[in-house]
Design a protein around this ligand. Structure first.
Ligand code: BGP
Length: 467
């Protein structure tokens, strides 16, 4: 039996594009995903969970089920339909109403400015590879800081790592480019500069509240720790997904070890990373300004040395065993190991969360405090008798809570946990069948039904004891 601190926040996470629906109403501008889903997938972001209209229901349920915090993202193109210029007042009012309802229900909103949904006009212009869009992002952030004074917790970006991975390596996110490492690192870097600038502005202008960033941090292990090539593969994958962005966040520079790995990958695959002195000054100036780090953790990976061409197959339909992930000059993920995995081949390994948190404490001691901002189990839920008996999800979440409790005991300042997701939402590259919510959503009627996990979560939130 482990115990969590009395003031620990039990939250639920959502993201605008995956929850709101209403993609073409309320004056919202288009995002790249609108077209990309229509052209490449078997579903769209309509109706999603109709959060645009249903949020009072979701917040009422939150209050009832002990959910004391909610991650919400603002859809940039609801505020600025073109990404900049004219403001859409209807969008602004929507978020004021939403935040008001949160506070009415005693559910603290943790607000993200960018959760994968760059406005189409800016995305088609290079997204964050185009440095002009850094300026547009900072202007949008400033507008939000000044307008939404009722917000106490801000996050600039959700998951800079997976954005680069999805957009430029796997090619499952728009614009669907594969194996382009130069674009990957450039996107990571430019977004980190945008984060640092927004952070600096927030502190310099003395806005009230706290601000941080959310990183997805999958832990990378060598398949055989005695094998040098496997060790190197794990190290390189860690640089791509974790170390590069963590260095930028907390060191305000890229360590020699990080740059050695980046240069190796770019030498093998071609391309160049453009970093200016001014960028580095900005990163350096922001490195101690983060009030918190959000960690999204779902899985770990085991890496083998690999000498061949890049090939990634994305298992989007939950056909277990359908994944392949091998990168030239980096390594290959091994899925056939003695660790349980989801139907989407995500390796379930709570120890990886503990190890990752301890790594942050050790390598980036200026982290201040941590929230686990996403964690949960994507599952093909079986809806029966108006509920879902999701014991597998309860088991998954419980084991990750144990890892968190252990890390707190070992001296890490962790303040809260946000289950992904509060209610069912659709998954970016996997559709509506991969469900994560505490509340089951019938996407046709938009009715909500608490799952078994919701009752379990309520008890945990009340007692703070992991049993
Ligand atoms: C994170 C994203 C979320 C959510 C989650 C689950 O990367 O921040 O938006 O989608 O992962 O991932 P998936 O939907 O691919 O299963």
């Amino acid at each position: 039996m482990k115990k969590l601190p009395e003031d620990f926040i039990f939250g639920g996470a959502t993201a605008a594009y995956q929850a709101e629906g209403a993609t073409q109403s309320g004056g919202k501008g288009r995002v790249a995903w609108d077209t990309y889903l229509e052209e490449n997938y078997w579903y769209t972001a309509e109706p999603a969970s109709d959060f645009y209209n249903q949020y009072p229901v979701d917040l009422e349920l939150s209050e009832k089920f002990g959910v004391k915090g909610i991650r919400i993202s603002i859809a940039w193109s609801r505020i600025f339909p073109d990404g900049y210029g004219e403001v859409n007042e209807e969008g602004v009012q929507f978020y004021h109403n939403l935040f008001k309802e949160c506070h009415k229900r005693n559910v603290e909103p943790f607000v993200t400015l960018h959760h994968f949904d760059t406005p189409e006009k800016l995305h088609s212009n290079g997204d964050f590879l185009n440095r002009e869009n850094i300026d547009h992002f900072v202007d949008y952030a400033k507008y939000c800081f000044e307008e939404f004074k009722e917000v106490n917790y801000w996050t600039t970006f959700n998951e800079i790592g997976p954005i680069g991975d999805g957009q430029y390596l796997v090619g499952k996110f728009p614009p669907g480019i594969k194996y382009d490492f130069a674009k990957l690192f450039q996107s990571h870097h430019n977004m980190m500069v945008a984060h640092a600038r927004a952070l600096k502005l927030f502190k310099e202008n003395g806005y009230k509240g706290e601000i941080g960033i959310v990183h997805a941090l999958p832990t990378k292990y060598p398949y055989d720790p005695e094998n040098e090539e496997d060790v190197r593969a794990a190290e390189l994958e860690d640089i791509i997904h974790n170390k590069f962005i963590l260095d930028a966040t907390y060191l305000g520079k890229y360590s020699d070890k990080t740059m050695e790995g980046v240069n190796h990958i770019l030498n093998v695959n071609g391309g160049k990373l453009e970093v200016t002195d001014e960028d580095m000054e900005i990163l350096d100036a922001a490195k101690d300004l983060n009030d918190f780090l959000g960690i999204n953790y779902y899985m770990s990976d085991w890496m083998r040395g690999f000498d061949g061409e890049s090939e990634i197959t994305h298992n989007s339909k939950g056909a277990k065993g359908g994944s392949k992930y091998q990168l030239k000059g980096v390594g290959q993920r091994e899925f056939d190991i003695d660790v349980p995995r989801t139907d989407w081949d995500w390796m379930i390994y709570p120890q990886g969360l503990y190890d990752q948190i301890m790594r942050v404490k050790k390598d980036y001691p200026n982290y201040k405090k941590i929230y686990v901002t996403e964690n949960g189990l994507g599952y093909k839920d079986e809806f029966k008798d108006n509920t879902v008996e999701d014991d597998a999800r309860i088991d998954y979440v419980k084991k990750h809570f144990e890892a968190i409790a252990d890390a707190i005991e070992d001296g890490v300042d962790i303040r809260g946990y946000f289950i992904w997701s509060l209610m069912d939402v659709f998954s970016w590259s996997n559709g509506y069948e991969k469900r994560y919510g505490l509340f089951y959503v019938d996407f046709e009627t938009q009715e909500r039904y608490p799952k078994k996990s919701a009752y379990w979560y309520k008890e945990l939130s009340e007692k703070k004891v992991i049993e």
